[in-house]
Design a protein around this ligand. Sequence first.
Ligand code: URA
Length: 198
Amino acid sequence: TDAKIPIIPGTYKNISELAQDCHHCHRCTLGDSRTHAVVGRGHLQAPIMVIGEAPGQSEDETGLPFVGRSGQLLEKILASVNLSTERDVYIANINKCRPPQNRVPTPDEIAACKPYLLEQIRLVDPKIILLTGATAVKGITGDKQAMTKIRGQWMEWEGRLCMPIFHPSYLLRNPSKEVGKPKWLMWQDMQAVRAKLD
Ligand code: URA
């Protein structure tokens, strides 16, 4: 897909049309090194959309988001408040293609991919968007504050409810479940999400 041709909001009738374009996309150079473009998985009309950063190795290999170590933890976190990708959640990323060595996507790469994400949000039409980690927050709202400061706080973006939450990879590096630690805070945040849905 040619970077010079803009993606006009409303272009896609459904996620599979959007995915077709992603699989052929060369709007940024990540398209040259990917194995698979990773579009999304989960319920296509989910009330909750989880947005991560970009595919890692497992995701690039399988073409599915959050299927590696972070993804397994994310599934456990969702299940802990009785949420599932079959019924309640659609998962996507800021960038559809894996950055080399899993580096953080550049502002240009994020900008090139953003029209796809905006179309995904429009099509899934979630009530709640969960932004996992600083890249997702920056990519959607532009907010650059520290995750430790903004996690768990509801914010509004384009008329939708959003909540920044820790990225599962951060929780893998901080495994303590003690009161006040990241994993405990995540549990508080997910209970607030669950309550908002009920
Ligand atoms: N981390 C992410 O942010 N997204 C994935 O899809 C996998 C790991």
